[in-house]
Design a protein around this ligand. Structure first.
Ligand code: 13P
Ligand code: SF4
Length: 348
């Protein structure tokens, strides 16, 4: 359904006109994001935030949101926020019968795979991912044929079919440990060539990889980073491992989205550049008033498909629901659960 149709339909059921009164009633939430959202803008979001929070109780739903969600989603309506590993673990613990996944499709699929009996809603099923779209189960089979006997470690940024065709999954926060834990000397990583190269640079294994990339992180260049460092003395550069190895080499720290947030909290640099998706800096700006966040950032067009309007519509209609073929789900669950178990064991 088009956004304009959703807006029209929603206005027949809810009073969603910008409201200073509703903004005042949600000022406790607003206080968590006032550095990046202006008061007039909050007056637009507040009616949606209020309705979503009311309806989610009525529907007995839990909202799981990725760290790349916009601040009004991240601070306004999410019950739990995190990186891909945290969201996958949280999905195994949810007791409510309904999960609304504010993130991209593979994340919602992972929640469904881990919770087959629950209703998992994704506010926009078109919220894809360039990595997930770069490989199919057939691609995994090709890699196995090319490197016989080598285990396949697939990034969670893949479809359930690809997970089911893999030996184990990994996320950006445990990729190196998972690869190191494989018994074989050669390990196949799919689908992110840059994550694989970054892992290979620190691993004792022969890492071979699929040719996929993230359209957001591959845009950063080491030249850009050096220019920022020269112009902003004291700047700390923190990168996501989906960036190229050349960019990672320029960074002061590299980690998953949770790793990045934790590092900035611990170090509190006067100036920081988060070499990742734009909303990351916006979401933590109010918690860290002492940090000046430098641009540029790049936006993920897929993550940005999730909006307050679509979340409200999703809860209103209890759709679109994510479904996964049960046989595929069994295979994917095995790969994701193996990752979660190994991750827990490796962390002690
Ligand atoms: P994280 O697991 O680090 O949150 O990354 C997910 C993602 O899609 C990054 O682009
Ligand atoms: Fe996929 Fe990149 Fe968007 Fe993450 S930022 S969801 S890897 S396209």
């Amino acid at each position: 359904m088009q956004t304009s149709q959703i807006t029209a339909e929603l206005s027949r059921h809810y009073d969603l006109a910008p409201s200073l009164e509703k903004a005042a009633a949600t000022e406790e939430i607003y206080a968590r994001t006032s550095r990046v959202i202006s008061p007039p803008e909050w007056a637009i979001h507040a009616p949606y935030v209020a309705e979503i929070n009311r309806l989610k109780k009525e529907r007995n739903a839990v909202i799981l949101a990725h760290n790349y969600m916009t601040p009004e989603i991240y601070h306004g309506i999410a019950d739990f926020v995190g990186d891909s590993l945290q969201l996958a673990i949280k999905a195994t613990e949810v007791e409510a019968p309904v999960i609304v996944q504010c993130g991209v499709h593979f994340m919602a699929e992972t929640s469904k795979v881990l919770n087959p009996s629950k209703t998992v809603l994704i506010p926009d099923p078109q919220a894809g991912c360039s990595l997930a779209e770069s490989i199919t189960a057939e691609g995994v089979a090709q890699m196995r044929a090319k490197y016989p006997g080598a285990p396949v470690v697939s990034y969670v940024n893949t479809t359930a079919e690809v997970k089911a065709a893999s030996d184990i999954c990994c996320t950006s926060s445990n990729a190196l440990q998972i690869v190191e834990a494989m018994e074989s000397d050669t390990v196949i990583m799919t689908p992110d060539k840059y994550l694989a190269q970054n892992v290979a640079n620190e691993s004792s294994k022969n890492v071979v990889f699929w040719d996929g990339s993230c359209i957001v992180h591959e845009l950063y260049t080491p030249e850009d980073l050096r220019a920022y460092r020269e112009n902003m003395p004291g700047l700390k550069i923190i990168a996501h491992p989906e960036c190229t190895p050349e960019v990672v080499a320029e960074a002061d720290f590299t980690g998953s989205t949770k790793g990045i947030i934790d590092w900035v909290h611990a170090e509190k640099p006067a100036r920081a550049m988060l070499v990742t998706e734009c909303s990351m800096a916006s979401n933590i700006a109010d918690e860290l008033p002492e940090v000046d966040f430098a641009k540029p950032c790049n936006m993920c067009p897929y993550m940005k498909k999730i909006t307050l309007e679509k979340v409200l519509w999703s809860l209103h209609t209890m759709s679109p629901e994510v479904t996964v073929d049960p046989a595929v789900a069994d295979g994917a669950r095995r790969a994701v659960e193996r990752m979660i178990d190994l991750s827990r064991k490796l962390q002690g």
